[in-house]
Write a protein that binds this ligand. Structure first.
Ligand code: IMP
Ligand code: MG
Length: 225
């Protein structure tokens, strides 16, 4: 009985990784398409589902246990540094969502959460340096202790842009907490940095390639074909 369940789960998991949970996806698309249709028939767009990127998932660079241990350390550091304050964690969607949810629970202080979404005009695996705010904060950050939470600092361009945009809003303090920092970008200015990362393109723990593999529990290399 139990062995059966395990086998089914394994098949289910590998299919999910490959095909992005097709039944849930189709359902969600149906719902979204329906809502848009109701709001504005003329502007209604049906989102397209990105194809599974050509390539494969390679070696694990950071295992789930190591991620958890490092996030706990970062949480403890932030807890010590922000005693008596109530920091506002600002997550950069979508990549930071997994890290941010673990980090928030690793900080032993009352925190507030908000999110921004930015889109870079580059392709899925390179950054153009031109950043557009797709979703802005709901919180007025003037006078707040803001910690910007990023998945990865690669060229550092996204971060430089966000730092200047948020800095203009006169927070009491503004620090960066990045899970990964690309080797060579160490002077990113991130006060809290999880792991240095080699040049490989990585996915998992929130990071994607063309919206795939965010759900993997470890940081793994994506090897394009
Ligand atoms: P930057 O502006 O070059 O620092 O790029 C930062 C953004 O690029 C990140 O927030 C990610 O969304 C994306 N990115 C950069 N490198 C990777 C990677 O190896 N895997 C997945 N996304 C990446
Ligand atoms: Mg991304």
């Amino acid at each position: 009985m139990e062995a059966d369940t395990t086998r089914r789960d394994e098949v289910g998991t590998s299919q999910s990784v490959l095909f992005g949970r097709p039944r849930h996806r189709d359902f969600a698309i149906g719902v979204i398409a329906g809502i848009q249709h109701t709001i504005d028939r003329a502007a209604a767009t049906v989102p397209t589902v990105s194809d599974v990127p050509a390539g494969s998932i390679g070696r694990t660079i950071i295992a789930a246990d190591d991620l958890a241990a490092r996030v706990a350390e970062l949480g403890a550091e932030i807890t010590a540094d922000y005693q008596g304050r109530r920091p506002l964690l600002v997550g950069v969607l979508k990549g930071a969502f997994v890290f941010m949810s673990d980090l928030a629970r690793a900080i032993d202080l009352p925190v507030e959460l908000d999110f921004m979404a930015v889109s870079s005009y580059g392709t899925s695996t390179t950054s153009s340096g031109v950043v557009r705010i797709v979703k802005d904060l709901e919180t007025d950050i003037e006078g707040r202790d803001v910690i910007l939470v990023e998945d990865i600092v690669d060229s550092g361009l996204t971060l430089a842009y966000l730092r200047s945009v948020l800095g203009d809003r006169r927070p009491a303090s503004l620090e960066i907490c990045a899970l990964l920092v690309r080797e060579g970008a160490e002077d990113s200015g991130a006060r809290y940095a999880g792991f240095p990362i080699p040049p490989d393109f990585v996915v998992g723990y929130g990071l994607d390639v063309a919206e795939h593999y965010r759900e993997l529990d470890a940081i793994r290399v994506f090897e394009p074909e």
